[in-house]
Unconditional design. Structure first.
Length: 505
């Protein structure tokens, strides 16, 4: 790490207010050339507001921003981009019908001599492809730039955005939850790219809820809490327990609470379930009172199996049983009536009605029980939503708060609370703690433990290996569309689980 006298980016005494909210309170931050500076904090701590100020989307109410020592007062994100700032957000900004080269050089595409700027037919494709190939090679990527971007996975789309930043001569790169949709191998590739960018002298801001990544990649870390920066120092000065305490402002006694009870009867049973997209039929059991972790690399078939159980994909054969009763295949309504609840990975697009408020979202799955005769009782819905909001500690101004304004952790509580309102017998959780802060993770884990203690069968899909190992009474490992291994809690070490995921050893 190169510690220059003048940092690449310096924020001094930044304050930002919104109606009724002090989002940032006298915040300081410095990013140096050739370093990764991590920013961590619970949802609502002020990280997103700070990023928008750095990116020129917001103007601070007080304080100043300097780039390489020069004070800036950007009025638009385009000015920040021109000033050397690039932000790669968690949701990719990719045009799937355009080529990789066109995506990388968007807004800066080379033209043939004598052409008009708007003349699409005058694009110099050879030059564009050559430039894009050079940028990709700098990132260790050899994918042909002529390929359509729509065929890329999350890691490929992310590399496009980083290459785009390099094409604009970015000096400061902000990576917002960059590994949220990546598997272990893809994360390794991304970290290799980050190390190369460090050597090239870029300053990198790295935002992640996955704390082991912070200790692996970051040189320094700033901890945000309630709109303030409460710690800034070298990562090596901390351990994970201390970092969690700084984020939460209190001691988090246990992140993975688990009271094990393996004596229940089968709550969920799959008998040679043949789901399209998998390599073959799958048989497994989850006992009542048990949490079974489903581990595997991205693309191993974990989510496809959940879709088949829930009836979102019609199986070609086999059967699903809930507490000994057969469930009609390929029928989500029948699965719900049988007592299966499913919390999807993509809570915003698949789990929530984003245009609705907390009350409406919490009660969507139980509207029939809230009817008086043929009509929905608005007072019954209001009262039930208030009960659920309190039970699951959904932190919002009121039940009428738009669900889109909630933090990721509170949005996840709304999705989980909606399905638990039906008192299901089986709960399938697909990446239940993805993109939520440490304190919210601990609450979700505690809830899972309580549900299993009450006799529910819980099947949890997780790419977070420590979470999968700690919470699972058993770990099932999927690889290539089939269950490749079953490990008890006692034998499921990280080494054995990774070996099963990769098919080695």
């Amino acid at each position: 790490m190169n510690s220059e006298a003048v940092p690449l980016l310096s924020l001094k005494a930044i304050t930002k207010r919104f109606p009724g909210v002090l989002a940032l309170d006298n915040v300081n931050l410095e990013v140096r050339s050739g370093e990764v500076h991590a920013i961590v904090g619970e949802n609502g701590a002020g990280k997103s507001t700070l990023v928008k100020i750095i990116a020129g989307a917001y103007r601070p109410d007080a304080g100043n921003v300097r780039v390489a020592g020069a004070e800036t007062r950007w009025k638009h994100p385009s000015e920040a981009i021109a000033g050397g700032i690039a932000v790669v957000y968690q949701e990719s900004q990719i045009y799937p019908s355009l080529s990789i080269a066109e995506n990388i050089l968007m807004g800066n595409l080379p033209r043939r001599r004598g052409g008009v700027a708007a003349g699409i037919g005058l694009l110099n494709r050879r030059t564009a492809n050559d430039r894009a190939a050079e940028l990709l090679l700098r990132l260790g990527e050899k994918t042909p730039p002529t390929r359509l971007a729509g065929g890329l996975g999350p890691a490929g789309r992310q590399l496009i955005e980083i290459a785009r930043a390099l094409s604009l001569n970015a000096r400061i790169l902000v990576l917002d939850e960059p590994t949220a949709s990546l598997g272990a191998h893809e994360t390794d590739q991304l970290f290799a790219v980050i190390e190369q960018l460090k050597r090239d002298g870029l300053g990198i801001i790295f935002i992640s809820h996955h704390l082991p990544e912070i200790f692996r990649i970051a040189d320094r870390v700033s901890v945000f809490r309630d709109g303030r920066s409460v710690f800034c120092g070298n990562t090596r000065e901390l351990d994970e327990k201390r970092l969690v305490e700084l984020m939460a402002g209190r001691e988090v006694t246990t992140l993975y609470p688990r009271h094990r009870n393996l004596n229940g009867a089968p709550g969920l049973k799959l008998d040679a379930l043949d789901v399209p997209g998998l390599a073959g039929p799958v048989s497994l059991e989850v006992r009542s009172g048990e949490v079974v972790s489903l581990a595997g690399l991205v693309g191993s078939g974990r989510s496809e199996l959940a879709w088949g159980i829930m009836g979102l994909r019609r199986p070609a054969g086999g059967a699903v049983w809930v507490e000994g009763r057969h469930v009609k295949p390929g029928d989500p309504a029948a699965a719900i009536e049988a007592g299966i609840a499913y919390v999807p990975e993509d809570r915003q697009n698949q789990g929530l009605a984003m245009q609705m408020d907390v009350e409406e979202n919490l009660t969507l799955a139980i509207l029939k029980s809230l009817c008086r005769g043929p009509f929905l009782s608005l007072s019954a819905r209001r009262n039930r939503a208030a009960e659920l909001m309190k039970r699951f500690d959904v932190r919002a101004a009121s039940i009428k708060t738009g669900v889109g304004s909630l933090s990721g952790g509170n949005q996840q509580k709304v999705v989980v609370g909606r399905w638990l309102a039906r008192e299901p017998k089986v709960l399938i959780l697909d990446e239940p703690t993805k993109g939520i802060d440490v304190a919210a993770k601990a609450e979700i884990h505690k809830l899972m433990d309580c549900l299993a203690g009450d006799g529910m069968a819980v099947l949890m899909i997780s790419s977070d290996l420590p979470e999968a190992l700690a919470m699972g009474d058993r770990v099932l490992v999927m690889r290539g569309g089939r269950v490749a291994a079953e490990l008890s809690h006692e034998e499921a070490s990280e080494e054995k689980t990774l070996a099963a995921m990769l098919g080695v050893g």
